[in-house]
Design a protein around this ligand. Structure first.
Ligand code: ZN
Ligand code: ZN
Length: 563
């Protein structure tokens, strides 16, 4: 009997982000992607990672990581995982397309992590990785060189779609290879399909990336005589290509702005993925010497990210660009769910400075990189899999994808709904749940230090209501308070009203502690509890607020130094 294959989903099934799965046969593990999730409403959290604890316990069995494409939700967790593996003496080889590996190398170098073996993959390459006989097929997506992976396993082929769309006319002519998928289906079949669910709930098909070029060209023509600033994702090389083409066609110099934009444009040009002549390129520092009417700036920040170029321009704080009524800003992207409010604020800030705005709500200046329902069904038709697990999506996306498969006639017992932390077993009998592994959000700050749920909760409380600090010194020998309590607060009351409120808090705390101290209470924790209760009572009764309370009581039993 053939050996079973296990799949363990560490992230990406139940959220868009931190995609990471482990495939395992004969006790050897290959990791498929290692992404991060961008934190939403998590003060001081820089990245949300998969919980790697299950993986780290099996570090000696980890053969390699396959990265499907260069997006952060697929490679952003690598620095953290590689650091943790290094501490265990393990170096993990990474397989991916050259562009993806270039991005990985950049990330690791920036984080000061030694770069492990990077194994470049080309389209249609077939090679053994760990226990699997892998084949890599081109897919079209919103970053170049995306790869679908066929894992030849003891239980038949597992096909992982990666993030993909079916674009009949992609900018680089590199189409998603459904023909090869059909061949594999006819020759031995696809046992299990894992496919992108992001747009499963959207009917029809996505429009081609190459439809954006003519619209951009029209925008450039309509804005003759004005400076044009285009906000786009720095990994979306084909979008940048079309911006560059529109700039070239209208005689504009292209200024590439923002560290990630500069890095990715350089990498893509080196790899021949982006064609922009040296002649038409300029840096932000040369901006002053350029005629604004013959300039196109391409920059990051179209999601309203606070520290990115567009936001700094909106705030009037950008080092090189001061925007005004001679500027047109094109948002060549769509707000990612969760970013709508930040993008709306940015639109307002720019409009207030007189900027003319062009965005995807008015004109076709953006299209998605994820296939919609008809494209997903075309993949299902081509692969005609025995078994199906929807991946890459929020919970509702996974369910919508499941419905598509069922609607296509797949029997319900051949579709398995999985979420983060699920471990499943593939055998001759089919695919079934086989336990759970830790799947909690692992939050880290900018330095990579973990941020616990409790710490985050405290930060939210402080950011919402502020804090009140009370310090009481007890003269244990005399059985009385030593001087008045010190009260401080931030974010609770208006600064000019604070001192009156602080006096009230101090008086309330004195009232609450005097009696117990006089009758012999010396336990600092108990006195702090009484101080907290007294402060809380006053604060909530008089102000209706719930700031974080920080009482500190110190009992001095010896001589109290009053100096
Ligand atoms: Zn992607
Ligand atoms: Zn993705």
């Amino acid at each position: 009997m053939a050996a079973p294959v296990h799949l363990t989903f560490l992230g990406g099934l139940g959220e868009i982000g931190r995609n990471c799965a482990a495939l395992e046969a004969h006790g050897r593990i290959v990791l498929l992607d290692c992404g991060q999730l961008f934190p939403d409403d998590m003060p001081g959290v820089d990245a949300v990672l998969p919980d790697f604890s299950w993986l780290l316990e099996r570090a000696d069995r980890l053969e390699a990581c396959v990265v499907t494409h260069a997006h952060e939700d697929h490679i952003g967790g690598l620095p953290y995982l590689l650091r943790a593996l290094r501490e265990r003496g393990v170096s993990l080889p990474i397989h991916g397309a050259p562009f993806t590996l270039g991005m990985v190398r950049g990330k690791l170098s920036a984080a000061g992590i030694p770069v492990p073996d990077l194994v470049p993959l080309g389209d249609h390459v077939r090679m053994p990785i760990g226990p699997f006989d892998c084949e890599f097929l081109p897919v079209t997506h919103s970053t170049p060189s995306g790869l679908m992976t066929v894992f030849g396993t003891p239980q038949g082929r597992i096909l992982h779609s990666s993030d993909f769309k079916l674009d009949p006319t992609p900018v680089d002519g590199r189409v998603t290879d459904l023909d090869r998928v059909r061949e594999l289906a006819a020759d031995g079949g696809i046992r299990l399909l894992l496919a992108d669910s992001t747009n499963a709930g959207s009917a029809g098909s996505s429009s081609s990336e190459s439809t954006i070029g003519p619209v951009l060209r029209q925008v450039f023509d309509d804005n003759e005589g004005r400076r044009i600033i285009v906000g786009a994702f720095s990994s979306h090389v084909h979008r940048i290509q079309q911006v560059a083409d529109a700039a070239a066609a209208t005689g504009r110099t292209l200024v590439v702005m923002g560290p990630s934009m500069v890095r990715n444009v350089t990498l893509a040009r080196e790899l021949g993925l982006l064609r922009v002549s040296d002649r038409m390129l300029a840096t932000d520092q040369e901006l002053d010497d350029l005629d604004p009417a013959r300039t196109c700036v391409v920059c990051t920040g179209s999601q309203g990210e606070p520290r990115a170029a567009l936001n700094l321009m909106g705030q009037g704080r950008h080092r090189f660009v001061t925007v005004g009524d001679h500027d047109t800003v094109v948002f060549s992207s769509h707000p990612i769910p969760g970013n709508e409010a930040a993008v709306a604020r940015l639109h307002n800030a720019l409009a207030r400075r007189g900027v003319r705005l062009v965005h995807s709500g008015q004109l076709g200046v953006h299209t998605t990189g994820h296939g919609k329902a008809d494209e997903l069904l075309a993949l299902h038709d081509a692969a005609d899999p025995d078994l199906f697990i929807p991946v890459h999506g929020e919970y509702a996306h996974l369910v919508a994808h499941e419905d598509l498969a069922l609607g296509r006639g797949m029997p319900a017992d051949r579709v398995l709904r999985c979420t983060d932390g699920d471990r499943v077993k593939l055998t001759g009998a089919g695919v079934a749940h086989a336990g759970r592994v830790p799947d909690g959000y692992v939050m880290v700050d900018e330095s990579g230090r973990p941020v616990s749920e409790d710490l985050l909760e405290e930060r939210r409380a402080v950011s919402g209501e502020g804090f009140v600090f009370v310090r009481v010194v007890v003269d244990g020998r005399r059985g009385r308070l030593d001087g008045r309590p010190v009260v401080e607060s931030r974010g609770w009351m208006e600064p000019d009203e604070r001192s009156t409120w602080h006096d009230e808090v101090a008086a309330e705390v004195v009232d609450a502690l005097e009696g117990p101290v006089a009758s012999g209470e010396r336990d600092e924790a108990e006195l702090a509890r009484l101080a907290r209760r007294a402060t809380g009572r006053l604060v909530s009764r008089r102000t209706g607020r719930r700031p974080v309370l920080v009482p500190v009581v110190e009992v001095r039993s010896g001589h109290v130094d009053r100096s």
